[in-house]
Ligand binder design. Structure first.
Ligand SMILES: Nc1ncnc2c1ncn2[C@@H]1O[C@H](COP(=O)(O)OP(=O)(O)OP(=O)(O)O)[C@@H](O)[C@H]1O
Length: 246
């Protein structure tokens, strides 16, 4: 469904990612692991059209993501480490923002969404367990709740792919696990592809279907989660690291 081929991006003559290729199928949850500076964020920015690769393509179905403009971009939803909600708006209004790529522009400006869009936003909030908080201002919610709102917003976009860049890095372990369980559920129930970068190997092993490992800008592992073993772990994090303690 999503096909990244030969992605290369350099900054000041130094490659941040080099010849990165991988595919994500419908309903698949792929965790991207790798040490700091391995190139995960650069890869994600290229996959979402936020950055233009020097070489390579990302296709979603028949479309090249770099060529997708405006509304067509709605096929890829992004979840950020810092949630990126509008703090003074309610959870509900933030989720409605996920519909902006689907409605006429004036409806977005005036926040006059149709009934079907409002119902969908409520349904998405219900799916993430926050219906009761729908009218609460985003900045009064806990970090875990804010990330759930961001996921509801991504769902309201009705995307083919959700790209989540370290979505649990700012959360405590329980809230982080809850967020990954949600993303896993969305992949399975809705057939949405999910690509999620993580620093916690144990979370990747618990929730992902596949692990893609990036090191120095290159893919060094691409394997089903069951095959992510000690040698794979060492290839990614170095010989002194031990999988059993992660
Ligand atoms: N805008 C930029 N300008 C210059 N160098 C950059 C830029 N963005 C990324 N880099 C460099 O590219 C390399 C990969 O960075 P990137 O942020 O993609 O890694 P990462 O795996 O996401 O790291 P982390 O896990 O710490 O977030 C690093 O060496 C970084 O310094």
């Amino acid at each position: 469904m999503i096909d990244a081929v030969g992605l290369t991006k350099a900054f000041n003559g130094r490659a941040a990612i080099e010849e990165v290729s991988f595919a994500v199928r419908e309903g698949e949850f792929v965790a991207v692991l790798g040490p700091s500076g391995a190139g995960k964020t650069t890869l994600f920015r290229c996959m979402t059209g936020l950055a233009v690769p020097d070489r390579g393509t990302v296709r979603i179905g028949d479309d090249d993501i770099a060529a997708l403009r405006g509304r067509a971009r709605r096929r890829v939803a992004v979840v950020f480490q810092q949630f990126n909600l509008v703090s003074r708006l309610s959870a509900f209004e933030n989720v409605l923002a996920g519909r902006l790529g689907h409605v006429q522009a004036w409806r977005g400006w005036l926040r006059r969404f149709e009934r079907a869009d409002r119902l969908l936003a409520l349904e998405c909030l219900d799916r993430v367990g926050l219906l009761a908080q729908a009218m609460q201002r985003a900045d009064t919610l806990s970090g875990g709740q804010q990330q759930r709102v961001a996921i509801a917003r991504a769902m309201a976009q009705r995307p083919s792919l959700i790209v989540a860049d370290e979505p649990v890095a700012s959360l405590d372990p329980a809230a982080g696990a809850g967020v990954l369980e949600l993303l896993q559920g969305i992949a399975r129930a809705d057939g949405v592809g999910v690509v999620c970068s993580l620093h916690q190997v144990q979370l990747a092993r618990a929730y992902a279907d596949r692990i893609v490992g990036l090191s120095h800008g290159r893919i060094v592992i691409d394997a089903p989660v069951q095959r992510f073993d000690q040698p794979a772990f060492e290839r990614l994090y170095g010989a002194t690291a031990s999988l059993s303690t992660h």
